[in-house]
Design a protein around this ligand. Structure first.
Ligand code: NAD
Ligand code: ZN
Length: 252
């Protein structure tokens, strides 16, 4: 890792007034949560994620999709945030405004102590009514689900329960996306961690910040992905390694 680039990034961060952190699946990898491709191991290797993560797939085979998500939900509840998640949470004490905009559904940022987190793709530990019978989303606790079926059903309307995540072919929660766009337009520093920049519309957020002309963009990723070329600094390495060093250097 280029130490000069890390020091430059620390210097920029120290002065940030409105910091936005954009995170993707790579952020959680060192906690032991596989990316989509990695998740399809063993029993699941025969399925394409786009065949499991759509409303159409759920309607075709609700049991299969429910079980895939239950397997992933249990995994998420077993793992812990890593040093990178804690380093981001620590930034809240040093800087006036820090918002994390995540594509991850695992809830690890909040578990690490970050308080302003926009979950663009929902949260896999929560469930909701497939029909959203009492408004979107109609969140349901596991304990209130009814029936012996797999998946179990909504106690209000009898529709199947489903995970509270955004599937392919679905819209992102409108309020979350609007706030995310607004924050990216007004940010002075955008820190991007562990996203390949291919899943839309989340992938457009760094470009929005860039076009505003106000933001300094920093990318943290072991690979030079799609977003690196538009960033002002590219820090090559993993979230768990780079982020704690970055926050430490801010104090140096
Ligand atoms: P992606 O899988 O397309 O890309 C992951 C990126 O992380 C790659 O650029 C990779 O080089 C980088 N990376 C790998 N290891 C890393 C590390 N240790 N530190 C930092 N970066 C690392 O991920 P995406 O862009 O988030 O898009 C995938 C979609 O899948 C998203 O929509 C997301 O909602 C969903 N997803 C979420 C989770 C989760 O909640 N943890 C897991 C799998 C998939
Ligand atoms: Zn319902």
């Amino acid at each position: 890792m280029n130490t000069a680039a890390l020091q430059d990034a620390a210097r920029v961060l120290r002065r940030a007034k409105r910091l936005v952190v954009l995170t993707g699946a790579g952020m959680s990898k060192e906690s032991g949560i596989p990316t989509f491709r990695d998740a399809l191991e063993g029993l699941w290797a025969q399925f394409d994620p786009e065949e499991l993560a759509t409303p159409q797939a759920f309607q075709r085979n609700p049991r299969l999709v429910w079980e895939w998500y239950e397997m992933r939900r249990r995994r998420v509840l077993e793992v812990q945030p890593h040093a990178g998640h804690y380093a981001l949470a620590a930034l809240e004490k040093r800087l006036p405004h820090v918002t994390i905009i995540t594509q991850n559904v695992d809830g690890l940022h909040r578990r690490a102590g970050s308080t302003d987190v926009i979950e663009l793709h929902g949260n896999i530990t929560q469930h909701k009514c497939f029909a959203d019978c009492r408004g979107a989303p109609t969140l349901l606790a596991l304990s209130e689900l009814i029936g012996d079926s797999v998946p179990p059903r909504c106690p209000h309307c009898g529709a199947y329960a489903r995970p509270n995540v955004v599937w392919f072919n679905e819209f992102l929660p409108a309020e979350a996306l609007t706030r995310a766009r607004d924050l990216c337009l007004r940010a002075d520093v955008v820190l991007i961690v562990g996203t390949s920049g291919v899943v839309q519309p989340a992938a457009s957020l760094p470009y929005l910040a860039k076009r505003s002309g106000n933001a300094f963009l920093i990318d943290v990723n072991p690979e030079r992905d799609e977003i690196a070329p538009i960033c002002d600094l590219f820090l090559q390495g993993t979230a768990g390694n780079i982020l704690p060093r970055l926050v430490e250097l801010m104090d140096a």
